[in-house]
Write a protein that binds this ligand. Structure first.
Ligand code: NAD
Length: 486
């Protein structure tokens, strides 16, 4: 059963407030970043990077072939002993420089991130770019204090790290990967996602500006074939992967028995649990942030909303009202809350799962709003009357779609929240501190937020349980996966 309801009337209108892209210094075409230089691909191709909000090319990018992958690994390997031989203090200075240069070019990087990936400028400006700089600052501080972060143990770098990131937080995920690897004395080959390579290439420019020794960081844009070649290539000591569970399993199988160190940050179907004693208006803001932030393209999105039955109608009513006020459209407009869906393929995946939700009998409500004619868009959507076995309650939609279920008791809330193959994150909304601690300890999730959601900090470890992966990124815990302890 499905209904399309009229959008709640907005009492005032916003004038457009677009961020200007005039100051952006994008090249027409980017090579691969290897050994400190941008170079033409040897056996790769050149592909336009398309803006999901206009369907226009933003810039052309080289995709690496197998020979390019081998060359990048050789450069990283050659540079690694020299990089590791620097004192931690010296490595830290380079990381500080990278962090400062990200800050200096923050406005430009935010615009490029929104043009290339479709996320609202408000988020790339206020979340992605500042957090990326903060990660480099954080690990710059650890570089000369590694043993303090590793319980007093002496540590040696692993060597060359192959790092593969997805398209939802392109710059931030690159920072999560590169900063700890470099702080520990490893060199890196980073592969950005095929739809969002540009901010990683700007980061490569920043590595040049920071005079990072050649070969310490390589950036190889490419698709799944490039990623598959990279993880299977000789000369890799560590693979750090963020992306889907299916690809994570494939990488794990490929590396089994090779001795290559592996960390996986995979998908999620995180539960956001609202108890009847919560501050409900605050909870509604947290639900909105939990699922509509970055169009729901968030691994830890609060996509399974569990509401205590006694307040379910009130919360759903308030949520629907609030959803009607979300502004969907141009990612470069500073008023925009929900931007473009990252690619036509992702839009298809969202539409297919939403259709499955309707077929299985859940009640769909999508806010009616004017969507731009070009580009890929999906309006905020809520499903109620969802059963735990429905696909929309089980599978990651990775879009602005929330599935609502109810519970009566605390025990039932915990059971339903844990009823998932994933275990990345969770949220708890309650006024009772003791209840929050009790529930948090019982939830199988790497991160549990209380009375907030989607809060990230470089000092805090992030990572999953079950099919959400293993290993932690952020904080001193993030160092552990880039060293060999003696
Ligand atoms: P994806 O797995 O398709 O791609 C991720 C990256 O892997 C891309 O760079 C891609 O080119 C590369 N890749 C694809 N096939 C590969 C292969 N066979 N071998 C090696 N590399 C390959 O995922 P996606 O659709 O780009 O990203 C969305 C997924 O990422 C979601 O499931 C989301 O939950 C997850 N994610 C997890 C986290 C986390 O921290 N846990 C963060 C962000 C996104």
């Amino acid at each position: 059963m499905s209904t399309q309801e009229t959008r709640t009337r907005i009492v005032w209108d916003y004038a457009p407030a677009p961020e200007s892209p005039d100051h952006v210094r994008l090249r027409d075409s980017y090579g691969l970043f290897v050994n400190g230089e941008f170079a033409d691909p040897k056996d790769g191709t050149r592909v336009p990077s398309i803006s999901p909000s206009t369907e226009e090319p933003v810039a052309e990018v080289a995709f690496a072939g197998p020979e390019d992958v081998r060359g990048a690994i050789a450069a990283a390997r050659a540079a690694q002993p020299g990089w590791a031989a620097l004192s931690g203090l010296e490595r830290g200075k380079y990381l500080f420089r990278v962090a400062r240069l990200i800050q200096e070019r923050a406005r430009e990087m935010a615009v490029v991130e929104s043009m290339d990936g479709g996320k609202p400028i408000r988020e790339s400006r206020d979340v992605d770019v500042p957090l990326a700089a903060a990660h480099f600052f954080h690990y710059a501080g650890w570089a000369d204090k590694l043993s303090y972060g590793l319980a007093g143990r002496e540590a040696a770098p692993l060597g060359v790290a192959a790092q593969i990131v997805p398209w939802n937080f392109p710059l931030l995920m690159a920072a999560w990967k590169l900063a700890p690897a470099l702080a520990c004395g490893n060199t890196a080959v980073l592969k950005p996602a095929e739809t969002t390579p540009l901010s990683a290439l700007l980061l490569a420019e920043i590595c040049q500006e920071a005079e990072l020794p050649p070969g310490v960081v390589q950036v190889l844009p490419g698709d799944g074939a490039t990623g598959a070649a990279l993880v299977r290539a000789d000369g890799i000591d560590k693979v750090a992967f963020t992306g889907s569970t299916a690809v994570g399993k494939d990488i794990q199988a490929a590396l089994a028995g090779t001795g290559t160190s592996l960390t996986l940050e995979l998908g999620g179907k995180s539960a956001n649990v609202v108890f009847e004693d919560a501050a409900l208006d605050q909870a509604v803001e947290g639900i909105v942030n939990g699922i509509f932030f970055n169009q729901g393209h968030v691994c830890c999105a609060g996509s399974r909303l569990l509401i205590q039955e006694s307040v379910a109608d009130v919360v759903i009513g308030k949520l629907w009202e609030r959803m009607g006020r979300l502004r969907v459209g141009d990612p470069l407009d500073k008023n925009t809350d929900v931007g473009a869906i990252n690619s036509a393929e992702q839009l298809e995946r969202i539409e297919a799962l939403v259709a499955a939700g309707e077929e299985e009998g859940a009640l769909r409500r999508t806010v009616a709003c004017e969507l731009p004619e070009r580009g890929w868009w999906f309006a905020p959507t809520i499903f109620t009357e969802v059963a735990p076995a429905h696909r929309i309650a089980v599978e990651e939609i990775f879009g602005p779609v929330v599935s609502v279920m109810t519970f009566r008791t605390q025990a039932e809330a915990i059971e339903k929240a844990n009823n998932s193959t994933y275990g990345l994150a969770a949220g708890i909304w309650t006024d009772k501190g003791s209840k929050a601690f009790e529930v948090a300890s019982a939830l199988e999730a790497g991160v549990v937020w209380q009375n907030t959601y989607n809060k990230f900090d470089p000092t805090a470890a992030f990572g999953g349980y079950k099919e959400s992966g293993f290993g932690r990124e952020g904080g001193p815990a993030g160092l552990r996966h880039y060293v060999r302890l003696s």
